[in-house]
Design a protein around this ligand. Structure first.
Ligand code: GLY
Length: 392
C-alpha cells in the first residue's frame, strides 16, 4: 500500500527569492577561503570528525569521516581547476591504501563514505587506475558485510559478533552506491543485487508508517525475520534522529538513480515532508526531530546540509510538472540561506557551526563536523552548476 505523504506546511509555498548565481558564487568563494586556511595542515593527515574548540585535530584512519576531506578537495578542484587540491587528494590515496592493506577500521559499512569520496572520485575525475583498484577492494569488503538471509548490510563490527549481526542503519543508504559502482565497473551482478536488496529492506523496515525513520533495525540472520528498530544516535528509539532522516531522503533519491525503482523517490518525498514539517523558524533542524522550540535543543547543521543535497537530488527526478516543485525549491533556498547567513564560518576551522555528532555520547556537540562541511559545500556546488554527484 502506498501511503500519501504528510501535507507540506504552507510556509514552503510562500515565494522566496531565487538563489542567484552571484549569491552562490560568493558562498562558494567563502568556502574556498576557509578550505585554503585548513589545507596546509592537512596534506598527509585528515581533519578529525569534529572540530573541538574550533580546531579540527589532525588524524589518520581513525573514523568513518576521512573521505569527506578528500571529497571537499575534489569539489574544490572541480570548481576552481586548481591542481593544489588535486595534488593533496591524490597524495592521500596512500592512506586509503594502507587502511586496506592493514585492515584498519574497515569493519564498517562506512566504506562507501570513505572510498567513494576519495578513490572513486580520483578514478572518475582523473582516470587514476590505482584509485579504481582500491575502490574495488573496498567494495568487495562492503559486499562481504551483506547477509543474504537477512537481506541487509551489517552496519558495524565483526561479522561473527551475534550482537551486531543483522543490524542495518539508515546511513548505509549513502554507502550502497559503492556497490552499484563496483557492479557497473566489474560486471559482477552480485554487488548490485546486494545493494538493491539492502535498499528494499531499508525502505520496508527502517521507515515507519508515518515516514519517520528508525536509526537502526535488527533482522534475524537465521530466518530473515524483522526483529526491532532502535536508535544509536537519536534521542530515543521511537524518535526520529534528524541526520538519519536526512540520510534517508538523500539515499532513497539516489536509490532511484541506481535502480529506476519509482517507489524510492516517493519514499524520499514522504521523508522530506516529515523533515520539513518539523523545522524551526530558521529552517535549520534540531538534532532530533522530536524537539520543538520549547525544548531549547541543539541544532544539527550537518543534517540540514545533507537534506538539502537529498532534496536537490529528488528535484532532478521529479517531473517538471510536479505541483510541489516550487515548494521544494523554496525549502532548499530557505535552508541553505539560513545556513550560510547564521551558521557559516566559525572563527577557526570548519564551514558550519553547530553540528552534533553523537549527543548521547557527548561527542561533537555544537561543533563543526567534517561531513556537515562536505555536504554544505556539495549543496552549493550542485545548486550552482550541472554536476555529477559523487554518490552516483
Ligand atoms: N554515519 C554516522 C553519522 O551520521 O554520524
Amino acid at each position: 500500500m502506498t501511503i500519501a505523504p504528510e501535507m507540506l506546511d504552507a510556509r514552503y509555498s510562500a515565494p522566496q527569492p531565487d538563489l542567484s548565481q552571484s549569491w552562490l558564487r560568493e558562498a562558494i568563494a567563502g568556502v574556498l577561503t576557509q578550505l585554503d586556511t585548513m589545507l596546509p595542515r592537512f596534506t598527509t593527515t585528515f581533519p578529525a570528525a569534529s572540530a573541538s574548540a574550533g580546531r579540527y585535530p589532525a588524524v589518520e584512519k581513525v573514523d568513518w569521516t576521512e573521505g569527506f576531506w578528500t571529497g571537499m578537495l575534489w569539489l574544490a578542484w572541480e570548481v576552481t581547476g586548481d591542481d593544489k587540491y588535486r595534488a593533496v587528494a591524490e597524495g592521500l590515496l596512500d592512506s586509503f591504501e594502507e587502511r586496506l592493506d592493514k585492515q584498519i577500521k574497515v569493519d564498517t559499512h562506512d566504506l562507501g563514505f570513505l572510498y567513494l569520496l576519495s578513490c572513486v572520485n580520483a578514478w572518475k575525475l582523473t582516470g587514476n587506475i590505482r584509485a579504481r583498484d582500491l575502490a574495488l577492494r573496498a567494495a568487495e569488503l562492503l559486499y562481504r558485510r551483506f547477509n543474504a538471509t537477512a537481506g541487509v548490510i551489517q552496519a558495524w563490527g565483526d561479522l561473527n559478533d551475534p550482537a551486531r549481526q543483522g543490524r542495518m542503519i539508515i546511513d548505509c543508504n549513502l554507502n550502497v552506491p559503492l556497490l552499484f559502482w563496483a557492479a557497473d565497473e566489474t560486471g559482477n551482478s552480485a554487488y548490485r543485487e546486494a545493494a538493491v536488496r539492502h535498499l528494499s529492506q531499508a525502505a520496508r523496515y527502517l521507515v515507519r508508517e508515518d515516514a519517520s525513520t528508525f536509526h537502526t533495525f535488527y533482522m534475524d540472520i537465521h530466518n530473515g525475520q524483522p526483529l526491532r528498530g532502535d536508535t544509536h544516535q537519536g534521542f530515543s528509539d521511537s524518535s526520529c534522529w534528524a541526520r538519519g532522516q536526512a540520510w534517508g531522503i538523500y539515499g532513497f533519491a539516489l536509490g532511484f538513480h541506481h535502480t529506476g525503482d519509482t517507489t524510492q523517490p516517493e519514499l524520499a518525498r514522504r521523508l522530506t515532508h516529515y523533515f520539513l514539517n518539523r523545522l524551526p523558524e530558521d529552517y535549520v533542524c534540531y538534532w532530533d526531530l522530536v524537539f520543538t522550540a520549547r525544548d531549547n535543543a541543539c541544532r544539527d547543521t550537518s543534517a540540514a546540509a545533507i537534506a538539502v543535497c537529498g532534496l536537490a537530488e529528488l528535484l532532478k527526478i521529479l517531473p517538471l510538472t510536479d505541483p510541489l516543485r516550487p515548494a521544494y525549491v523554496n525549502a532548499i533556498a530557505l535552508i541553505i540561506r539560513n545556513l550560510s547567513t547564521h551558521y557559516f564560518a566559525p572563527p577557526q576551522d570548519g564551514l558550519l557551526r553547530e553540528g552534533v555528532y553523537n549527543f548521547g555520547r557527548n561527542m561533537g556537540i555544537n561543533e563543526p563536523n567534517l561531513w556537515g562541511d562536505y555536504f554544505y559545500f556539495e549543496a552549493l556546488v550542485r545548486l550552482s552548476r550541472v554536476w555529477t554527484p559523487y554518490f552516483c
